[in-house]
Design a binder for this molecule. Structure first.
Ligand SMILES: Nc1ncnc2c1ncn2[C@@H]1O[C@H](COP(=O)(O)OP(=O)(O)OP(=O)(O)O)[C@@H](O)[C@H]1O
Ligand SMILES: [Mg+2]
Length: 250
C-alpha cells in the first residue's frame, strides 16, 4: 500500500449464504481518483460495493480504508469513516418531498448541519432545487438520480460508491452526472463506480478494473483501455485477453 491508497481489498472472500461471489479479490484505488468497476452481469460488481459499504461481511481477507481495516465494521463506523453509497436502481422515499429526502440523508449529521448543507448540495442540481416541495416520485428519472447523489453528498463523503448511475438517464444527464463525479474526484473524493456505459465512463475515470466470476481479471489505466478495440468484451467476459477470438475451426 502507498500513502495515496484509499481503498484496498486484500484477498476478500464474500458471498450470500452458501454462494461465494468474491473469490480472493484484491485491488487498490487511489485517493482522489475514479476507479471504474467493469464486468459481465453477475460478475460481482455490486457485491464489491455492498461489501465495502458493510452490507456484507467478508468471510476472509481484509478491507482497508486509508490504511485502517474496516472489514466487518458497522454501518455507523463506515459512515463515520466518510463512505457513501448510491445503490443501483431507485432508492428514494417517493411519497416524501425532495427536501424531506435530503433531510433523511443527513440523519447522522443532526438537523442543524443538514439544513446548512442542503443549499450547498443543491447548487450542483438546479433542476432538483426548483422542485424542493414536490414528492420525490414526481421527479424525472434523471432528477431522482441527481437527488440520490445529492443526498449522498450531504455527508461530504471521502469515498463515494456508485452503482450504475446512468441507468434510465438521457445522455445529457449522464454527462452531467459524470462531470460532477470528475469534479468531486479532482477535489479529493475517491470514487468507485460500476457502469455499463463503458466508453463514456472510461473517459472520466482514472483506472479500470474488471471482474469475472468474482475474480479480478484486469486492472489498467482508463485511457489505455479506452484505446482497446475489444472493449465490448468487458461486458461479456474474457476481459483479460485483448486478442481477437480464435476463428472457429470446422
Ligand atoms: N441477495 C443475494 N442473495 C443471493 N445471491 C445474490 C444476492 N445478490 C446477488 N447475488 C448473486 O451474486 C452474484 C453477483 O451479483 P452482483 O449483483 O454482485 O453482480 P453484478 O456484477 O453487479 O451484476 P449486474 O451487472 O447484473 O448488476 C450473482 O450471481 C447474483 O445472483
Ligand atoms: Mg450490479
Amino acid at each position: 500500500m502507498t500513502t495515496d491508497t484509499c481503498i484496498e481489498f486484500k484477498d476478500v472472500v464474500a458471498g450470500y449464504k452458501d454462494f461465494m461471489i468474491l473469490n480472493n479479490l484484491s485491488f487498490q484505488a487511489k485517493r482522489g481518483t475514479i476507479t471504474l468497476l467493469l464486468g459481465p452481469n453477475g460478475a460481482g460488481k455490486s457485491t464489491v460495493l455492498k461489501t465495502l459499504f458493510g452490507l456484507l461481511k467478508p468471510r476472509q481477507g481484509d478491507i482497508l480504508l486509508d490504511g485502517v481495516s474496516v472489514a466487518g465494521a458497522s454501518q455507523k463506523a463506515l459512515l463515520a469513516h466518510g463512505i457513501a453509497f448510491v445503490p443501483q436502481g431507485r432508492n428514494l422515499f417517493g411519497q416524501l418531498s425532495v427536501y424531506e429526502n435530503l433531510e433523511l440523508g443527513g440523519i447522522t449529521l443532526g438537523m442543524k448541519t443538514t439544513h446548512e448543507r442542503i443549499p450547498e448540495v443543491l447548487e450542483f442540481f438546479p433542476r432538483v432545487k426548483q422542485r424542493l416541495h414536490s414528492p420525490a416520485a414526481a421527479l424525472s428519472g434523471g432528477e431522482q438520480k441527481q437527488l440520490e447523489i445529492g443526498r449522498a453528498l450531504l455527508l461530504r463523503p471521502k469515498v463515494i460508491l456508485i452503482d450504475e448511475p446512468s441507468i434510465g438517464l438521457s445522455p445529457m444527464v449522464v454527462a452531467d452526472v459524470f462531470k460532477l463525479l470528475r469534479k468531486l474526484a479532482d477535489q479529493g473524493t475517491t470514487v468507485l463506480m460500476v457502469e455499463q456505459n463503458v466508453k463514456s465512463a472510461l473517459k472520466i475515470s482514472d483506472e479500470a478494473i474488471a471482474l469475472e466470476s468474482g475474480r479480478l481479471v484486469l486492472q489498467k489505466p482508463a485511457s489505455e483501455l479506452l484505446a482497446d478495440p475489444h472493449i465490448e468484451r468487458l461486458f461479456l467476459g474474457g476481459a483479460h485477453t485483448t486478442a481477437a477470438p480464435a476463428a472457429a475451426t470446422v
